[in-house]
Design a protein around this ligand. Sequence first.
Ligand SMILES: Cc1cc2nc3c(=O)[nH]c(=O)nc-3n(C[C@H](O)[C@H](O)[C@H](O)COP(=O)(O)O)c2cc1C
Length: 310
Amino acid sequence: MNKNNPICEMLNIKYPIFQGGMAWIADCHLASAVSNAGGLGLIAAMNSDGENLRKQIREAKKLTNKPFGVNLMLMSPYIEEAVDVVCEEKVPIVTTGAGNPAPFMEKLKNAGVKVIPVVASVTLAKMVEKMGASAVIAEGCESGGHVGETTTMALVPQVVDAINIPVIAAGGIADGRGMAASFMLGAKGIQMGTAFLVSKECTVHKNYKEKILKAKDRDTIVTGKTLGHPVRSIKNSFSRDFYTKEIDGHTTKDELENMGKGSLYRAAIEGDIKTGSCMCGQICGMVKEEETCKEIIDKIVLKADTLLKR
Ligand SMILES: Cc1cc2nc3c(=O)[nH]c(=O)nc-3n(C[C@H](O)[C@H](O)[C@H](O)COP(=O)(O)O)c2cc1C
């Protein structure tokens, strides 16, 4: 799996498996567990201010001596502070989500940080390649959290054909078959969110974890399309109500935005899985066991290797 793999060589990791940044969920504990298991763990910077992010980074440094990264949420009001902290703390890798990383590219690159943006289109993939991205994560709309419009199956090969830097596939991958399929599409690595969300080391509230472990293939819904930032989450009172209000013609965009505020926190931290947003991907129906990150990664690598050797 790792022999001559450009992602492993570039990032100095054992397996080309990223744990996706997940706001309120991907903290130093999850990130260090994934890195210790040979993948690339990522701390989600989300909307946290610089000092909170610094604490997470310093804690992760105590928990692992392997490379780990930070996922920068480009729409965060603290994004400038987060970029400074990443550079000061010498974090070797960042992934970026929710936008165009152009304004921060130079600073990060000058500090020696490898920037790997999440993209949902060929256009953005080409743009970030020109800006000097080290690789891209092509994320299909099967994934949990904020989604684009194109599926992983359609997006990955088109991005692979359009650029000359390595592509990591994300969205709908949770086992060795998904990893092998991604490689067949031309990806050099994978990123998983939902599969790691249910890992033993993930500190998300147990109600949330149980909800995902019990979920079936058709249990997710996409809301927020009318606001221009669609989100995939579990069907529950919150998401059904949101969806109804989106199409009823009586609810304003501001009211909808307010409804969404704090909803992931309610589910992930407070365990309110009725009125909170339980973001997760369509692959939720396949994640059935709470395993350690090492067990998840070892199993995936073994299966993918076997399939790819056939
Ligand atoms: C609960 C949740 C929160 C997420 N938050 C973020 C985030 O803060 N930044 C980001 O770039 N991606 C975020 N994502 C996307 C993941 O990093 C990852 O790309 C995605 O989950 C992959 O698809 P999968 O869920 O099918 O494995 C989130 C996903 C989930 C499930």
